[in-house]
Design a protein around this ligand. Sequence first.
Ligand code: GAF
Length: 389
Amino acid sequence: MLKLLEDFRSRFGSSARIYRAPGRVNLIGEHTDYNDGFVMPAAIEFYCWVAAAPRADRKLVIHSENYNETVEANLESIVTAGNRHWANYPLGVAQALQGGGKRLKGANLLIHGEVPLGAGLSSSAAIEVAVGFALLEQSGLATDRLELARLCQKAENEFVGARVGIMDQFVSCHGRAAHALVLDCRSLEYKLVKLPAGIQLVICNTMVKHEIGGGEYNRRRAECEEGVRKLQTVLPHIRALRDVTIAQLEEHRGLLAPKVYSRCRHVVTENDRVQSAVRAFESGDIRALGPLLGESHRSLRDDYDVSCRELDTMVDIAGAQRGVIGARMTGGGFGGCTINLVEAGAVEGFKKSVAAEYRSRTGLQPEIYVSPASNGAQEVEVIPDSGAS
Ligand code: GAF
């Protein structure tokens, strides 16, 4: 990250401190976070990096290396940078932090994101959390990670306009090397699950992102909310799909439109699968994860309807490879990536044959990443003589 410091000096004429926050891959528990349910993500070793130094005034000057563009804002009155503009993420976070009572100081920020964009690996949470962490530290304010995750989610909900759940921001703040998190998205209590040493997380990028994604995401949320409203007429105690059992859903199926029933069935069964996956990790029964990941994918494909041909093809190819414990789509869907649990000794062969077969079946060249689970947001000390890059 010496390069980021050098770039900062030539752009802003001063030294800087460096912060980073990771993207994530979700092992299981998809589209459950905004239903008060359970998720099992891990932070990955792809980060958004932020170099930051204070300013004497109350301005933010933010340069993105990825977009080669600078945006300025006045902390007294932050306004949107325009529809779908990258700067809405950092600006929204500044706004949310101040709205949460944090008096921020002016700062120069240089941002370098290495989480692949639009791949479902949460480049947006990474930039939000990295900027939020940097702004708090630069302003001399204590960083409460739970509060930071909540405010970053608020920024994305209200400033960017995407009704995402808390999973991505939470794991970008709380990730732990070599572990996945099991998060209860209602209480926001979590525990760490150690990932077995002989298993690697292999992420296959289909290299497609279908445009319908954003609108469909909000539509799925609305369908879940409709399911809850209808079920509340007979189950008044429920607050979210998290509170519904599969037996209750089947009993009251007649109250729901067929599509809404399917959406609810995905969420209810997916929450159960997360619990089964926790037991499999904790008891060391890693093989049990295979069927759970497979069922999760089919449920997302058939009941929740958020997969696509490329994701299905990638999962299908992976399932036939040697040393694969399990495979499924990961993240919001409509393209993006799959997560594959692969025995360490089989990873090189897996990468080669999956890439070749995916290319021949789709005409697309996939990217395949192998990432250990990483730590959440932190300041990074750069020691000039260490050869750190
Ligand atoms: C996206 C959202 F940002 C998350 O909150 C979550 O809902 C996920 O899709 C689906 O599990 O990443």
